[in-house]
Design a protein around this ligand. Sequence first.
Ligand SMILES: C[S@@+](CC[C@H](N)C(=O)[O-])C[C@H]1O[C@@H](n2cnc3c(N)ncnc32)[C@H](O)[C@@H]1O
Length: 253
Amino acid sequence: MSAVDRLAPLLSVPLPSDTGGPFLDLVEGHPGSRGRIQDLWESVGGAGVYDLVLASGERVRDRLPGPPRGLLRDFYAVDRRLELSGGETVLDLACGQGTHTRRLAAAAGPSGLVVGADLSAPMLRRAARAVPADNTVFVRADAMDLPLRDGTVDALCCSLCLHLVPDLDTALAQIARVLRPGGRVALAVPSHGPGPTRWATEVFGRVGQMRVFRRGELADALVRHGFGRVVTRWESVMQIVDATAPAAATPPG
Ligand SMILES: C[S@@+](CC[C@H](N)C(=O)[O-])C[C@H]1O[C@@H](n2cnc3c(N)ncnc32)[C@H](O)[C@@H]1O
């Protein structure tokens, strides 16, 4: 059975009639500008630049003597926080050009299913070229309104997206909704720099029209949404946090 056939019963929206392209488009039209940085990621040039930056980072990491350390290690390993053993249904939310999707597809194995979801068509085209795995399907979808049925996902990776959504609580409620109770989530978000470097991240956030998280802000939001075992693995200019989905989707309290 193809990955698209396996995805179909998990969808909360009808499967598009054309399933032959690099991704399934499950968003009607365009939601409008979500800020300068997101406008960039939705452009062909921006997707290309991001791809180049990440590939360069991977090359630097691979050439460093000894095992990679710090952010370079932890950012590229966000997906490993899910501790997949094989056979899981995994959502790579905001998959971009597929850096994490590739490793998730390998870890989920042939009996697993990986759904790479993103709002940007240029990113999705790149991801589909980079990850030709049989167990993977790419969809254009919005983190604000995920086109999946409740409790259909075992594990969810969402790296560098939650700073771009118009409402964090809505996106976290959607993540909690699609995860099965106890399912794992691994998240990365940009964070304010420590001490005197904070002015730089303030300016970056304002110019880019995106959120920059305060210390502990993402972990606190996850707790409000009923997530358990919330652990912050890294906190500098990025927060890398993993957690376990609530027993039942809880409205924030
Ligand atoms: C910086 S890239 C990160 C890509 C990848 N996750 C990574 O860590 O390398 C941010 C991605 O988030 C996507 N994105 C932003 N808002 C989104 C939303 N509401 N729903 C789905 N994807 C979104 C963008 O289109 C972009 O591809």
